[in-house]
Structures are given as structure tokens and as C-alpha cells.
Design a protein around this ligand. Sequence first.
Ligand code: GDP
Ligand code: IMO
Ligand code: MG
Length: 421
Amino acid sequence: MKSTVLVGVQWGDEGKGKIIDVLTEGVDVVVRYQGGNNAGHTVEIGSNKYVLHLVPSGIFRPNALCIIGNGVVVDPKALVKEIKELEQSGINFTGRLEVSTRCHLIFKYHSLMDGLRDKNQKIGTTKRGIGPAYADKAARRGIRALEMLDLKRFEERFRNEVDFYNKIFSSHDAELIDANAEWKELADAAIFLKPYITDTVLTINKMAKAKKNILFEGAQGMLLDVDYGTYPFVTSSNTTSGGACTGSGLSPKYIDSVVGVMKAYCTRVGEGPFPTELFGDEGEKLRASGREYGATTGRPRRCGWFDAVSARYSCMINGIDKLAITKLDVLDGYKTLKICNAYNVNGKIVSDMPSDTADIAVAVPVYEEYPGWDTPTSEACSFSDLPENAKKYLQKIAALVESDIGIISVGPNRRQTFVVN
Ligand code: GDP
Ligand code: IMO
Ligand code: MG
């Protein structure tokens, strides 16, 4: 049995969906354990491109059971839409998906609240209602998936919450929720989702005891973790490997390894400090060649050089056993590449990630330069196929983040991936 947690090492969008899809070939169960439909995980198989938001990226492997664990916040209408769209493209969900009874639900009032709060304190959220739904969970007023199993109870709880939120919205002169219209759609969603809602804690533990291979699919990235990220410019869940246990109900004693996915450079969507960010033509060049536009919101991603300070910190907290380094091909053709291995914070050189986001905001990256390569890497099938300078660059970033390379990705397609021994 092998239970593996896969996490994003940077600010999300590292290519987790692609790597999950590749790794699920021999996996029995794929589990999402945090986040919600703020995630956008892209999987490209042949000429087909899919973007998953709530459904685990293992859904394209017919033998893998997909689980949405208790730590995930679920927008019922968004989940129904995603399942229906995948069904239309030929994916069979029968017996393939389980949704935890304990998942907290996201409603329209959460998304509206998200927009309202973001006006006052600009985080640049996805406006999917993630923060407000986790806030309700912590405030002990959230509505859970199990409540959808009893429509009468569900309706009563939902209408009560709408009354509560409408009072807030009216005090801000904001749009009010039409409870009747919303309820109609929610009741349909609850009926549709009923067969999928089950106690997934039992399923996961049964699978672990039966020595099945379990893969945990992290969403977002470590630097967006609510405890360890660039707070308050973070998401509202624990995106770190530790979150896999609390978000699924599986004891840490069953976790065998942690895979960290990181880009060969850096990107970030939304607000918040990003020391190695490139602006103007330099930023645009990376954005264009990496096709760096959000898979969920379509927003242009901020792009920059590889930041070993934040990635080293991330690998330490996650306990990365193997790195999956993606988007190496995007760096093809650069004469020189820069890597940041220290920050200058108000005149002081630091190589550890500051805990004060204000320090990260003023940090000036201290760069080391490395020669680039001209030969395209996108057709490489093994480490030895890569240009010498690409090998050196990869070895350098792995050494700086104190982790070993396990997988290299040289293009968006499933086949453009190889294992490094
Ligand atoms: P995730 O949220 O971590 O799953 O990542 P996203 O799907 O949001 O963003 C990653 C993007 O990069 C997607 O468009 C992928 O198809 C693409 N991608 C993944 N790996 C590679 C790679 O090695 N090279 C290139 N050029 N694109 C990649
Ligand atoms: P995947 O799983 C990149 C960012 C948002 C915003 C902050 C808070 O595809 O890597 P939220 O809506 O979560 O409250 O927004 O987090 N963010 C992501 N950035 N990839 C993601 O997911 C993200 N999910 C949230 O842009 O800055
Ligand atoms: Mg994404």
C-alpha cells in the first residue's frame, strides 16, 4: 500500500492536475481534501483538454475511485454542472465518485460576501465564496452535505441563513438573495447529488486497511496556505500536506510519501507579495510562452523567476520526498535564467522566508544567473535527452530547495512527462 499526498509548492497552478492524471495510472483512490471550486486543474489527454474544479483529476482513469473529502467546501450547483459536463464528454460517474457527508456547502450568499469583502480588503479572490464558507464552518453555522439528504431540514436551514445574510447585504446596500429562486435550483442539485453523498471517512479508512493505493490531490499551493502562506493574501484552507489528514479522516500513520509540484519559474494570481515578479515585456514574455492565464477565472497570472527562498520553506513544511518540476519547456530559448536564493529585506540579507508579509512585500530578490539553452525540451523523454544547461538548472533548483527530483514535465500533454531516478 502506498498513500501519497501531492501538493503545490508555490502559489497554485503548478500543473498539479496534469501530474495527478499521470500518477493515477496505478492508483485506486484519488482524494481532494481542501479548497473548493477556486481550483482549476487542467488535464490534457491527446487533443482533449479538461479543467476540473471539484471533481478529482483521477476521474479520467476508469479504475480510480474519486473522493471529495470532508475538508473540501462544495458549491452544490457548481458540482452538478461539472459532473454533467464531464458526463457529456463521455466520463462515467457510476460508482466512481463519493462526496463526504461532512463537506461544508457553499451558497450564493458566500460568493456575494466574497465579492463584498474583497472590495474592502483586496485579496483578489476567485469570488467562489471559499473564504466565507470556511468562515461559517469555523463559526459553527455552516450547512453540510449530509443536510442535503433531508430536503425539509435542508430548506429550513438554507432559508434561515438567507435571512441572516440578507440583513448584512441590505445594510451594505448590496444585492439580496432571492431565497425562492435559489431554493428551487438547490433542491434539484440536492436530488442529483444524493447518490454520491456518503461517509467517505469510512471508505478511505477501509481502502487504507485493504492496502489500496491512495493519492491525495492538493489544491492551490503552499504559499496560499492560511497558516503558512503570505497571510492575509492566502486562501482559507490548509493547502499543505498536513491538510490531507484533517481533510480526509485518514491518520498520518498511513501517509507514505509527499510529492511537491513546482514550476521551473513562478506565477501568482490575485494580490499579495511576489518578490521575483517580472513586469513589462519580461513578465509578458513568460506569460505568453507559458500560456499563464487562470484556469478558473481566466485572469492573467503574474509571472517571475524561480524563487528558491519560498520554495525551500514550502518543501520543508510539506516534507517533500519527490519533486515534480513542470513547464521546463517554457524556459527554452532564454540566454540566461535567474534564480533568487535570498531576499534583501531593508538592507538585511535573509535566506529563510520571513513570517511577516510586510517584509516579503519589500523584499528585493538577490539573484544568481545561470546559462539557458536553445534546444527545445518539449520532445524529451528522459533526463538524459535534456540539454546540459537544462539538466544543470533543474539540479540547481532541486538542490536549493533541498529535495530530490522525481518527475519532469515538458509540455501540457500526458505524454510529455518522464520519471527521473
Ligand atoms: P494546477 O491548478 O496546478 O492543476 O495547474 P493549472 O491547470 O491551473 O495550470 C497549469 C497549466 O500549465 C495548464 O494549462 C496545463 O495544461 C499546463 N501545463 C502543465 N504542465 C506543463 C508543462 O510541463 N509545460 C507546459 N507548457 N504547460 C504545462
Ligand atoms: P489551483 O488548485 C492559483 C488564489 C486567488 C487569491 C487567493 C484567495 O488551481 O492551483 P480564494 O478564492 O481561494 O479565496 O482566493 O488564492 N487562488 C488560487 N491561485 N491557483 C488556485 O488553485 C487558486 N485558488 C485560489 O487568486 O489570490
Ligand atoms: Mg489551477
